[in-house]
Write a protein that binds this ligand. Structure first.
Ligand code: HEC
Length: 127
C-alpha cells in the first residue's frame, strides 16, 4: 500500500514537471482600457473649472451625471462630504461655486444652464 502511494506521487510529480516544461514562456499582457467618455459638462460658470480641478481625481463624472436633479443644498452638502468624509483637497473658498455649478448642471437647476453649456460647446468647436 505504501509503495503504491509513493509511485502515484512520483508519477504525479512527473506529470507536473512535463506540464511546466511545455508551458509557454510568460508574456507581457497588453490590456487596452476603454477610453473615459464621462466628462463634466462644459459651462462658463466659474465652478466648472473648479470642479475639473477638484472633482475628477477620485471618480469619474458619471458619479455626478447619474444623480437625480437634487437641490442646491444637497450639492453643497455633497461637496462638503467629499472634503470632510473622503478627504478631497478642496479649498473652502471654492466650495460654494462648485455647488452652484453642480446644481445648475446636474441638480434642480438643470436646464437653466443648458443654453449656456451649448454656447460653450459651440465656441469650443469653432477653435
Ligand atoms: C478624495 C477623493 C474624492 C474627490 C476628490 C471627490 N470625491 Fe466624490 N466620491 C468619493 C468617494 C469615495 C465616493 C463614494 C464612492 C462610493 O460610494 O462608491 C464619492 C461619491 C460621489 C458621488 C455619488 C454620491 C455619493 O455621495 O456617494 C457624487 C455625486 C460625488 N462623489 C461628487 C463629487 C464632487 C462634486 C466632487 C468635487 C467637489 C467630488 N465628488 C470629489 C471620493 C471623492
Amino acid at each position: 500500500m505504501k509503495m503504491q502511494i509513493a509511485s502515484f506521487t512520483v508519477s504525479g510529480l512527473a506529470a507536473i514537471l512535463v506540464g511546466l516544461a511545455c508551458a509557454p514562456a510568460a508574456q507581457a499582457l497588453e490590456i487596452a482600457l476603454p477610453p473615459e467618455t464621462a466628462a463634466l459638462k462644459p459651462s462658463t460658470l466659474p465652478g466648472y473649472q473648479l470642479a475639473l480641478r477638484n472633482c475628477t481625481a477620485c471618480h469619474s463624472a458619471q458619479y455626478m451625471q447619474t444623480q437625480p436633479p437634487l437641490s442646491h443644498e444637497w450639492w453643497e452638502g455633497e461637496v462638503k462630504k467629499m472634503k470632510k468624509v473622503y478627504g478631497a483637497l478642496i479649498p473652502d473658498a471654492d466650495m460654494s461655486a462648485i455647488a452652484d455649478y453642480m446644481s445648475a448642471t446636474y441638480g434642480s437647476g438643470k436646464g437653466a444652464d443648458e443654453a449656456n453649456a451649448k454656447g460653450v460647446a459651440a465656441a469650443g468647436a469653432k477653435k
